[in-house]
Design a protein around this ligand. Sequence first.
Ligand SMILES: C[C@H](O)[C@H](O)[C@H]1CNC2=NC(N)=NC(=O)C2=N1
Length: 123
Amino acid sequence: MNGTSANALREKSCKPCEGGTEPLERDKVEQTLAELNGWDLDEGGKMIRRKWATRDFKTAVEFVNRVADVAEQEQHHPDLHLTGYRNVTIELTTHAIDGLSENDFIVAAKIDDLPVTLKKEQG
Ligand SMILES: C[C@H](O)[C@H](O)[C@H]1CNC2=NC(N)=NC(=O)C2=N1
């Protein structure tokens, strides 16, 4: 259990990253990923991704705006996709090092803490 816990990640702040550091090792990535809710590692191992099916368009837009506030506060910015009028996909990678850094997991943990109303299950 060497992954940093979600609680610990939420308490941290992103460090400015302009290259010059190594991406996290695959083991560390997988351990930290296991501490988070619903995030998957992209095939290439350089990006994490989570998808939400929200209640409606407005909910999706409000969620994306809250995510943008987190990104600005942390100065670490995810790729945001709002598709199918209420689905949000968020991808995190550290562009400066072409791989994953702790910053990606800090932002992911903070995003997981944001309120969002999900689509009602059908049937
Ligand atoms: C100095 C500052 O940390 C960098 O310019 C940031 C801004 N936001 C960023 N966001 C992401 N996702 N990757 C980066 O490498 C990055 N660089």
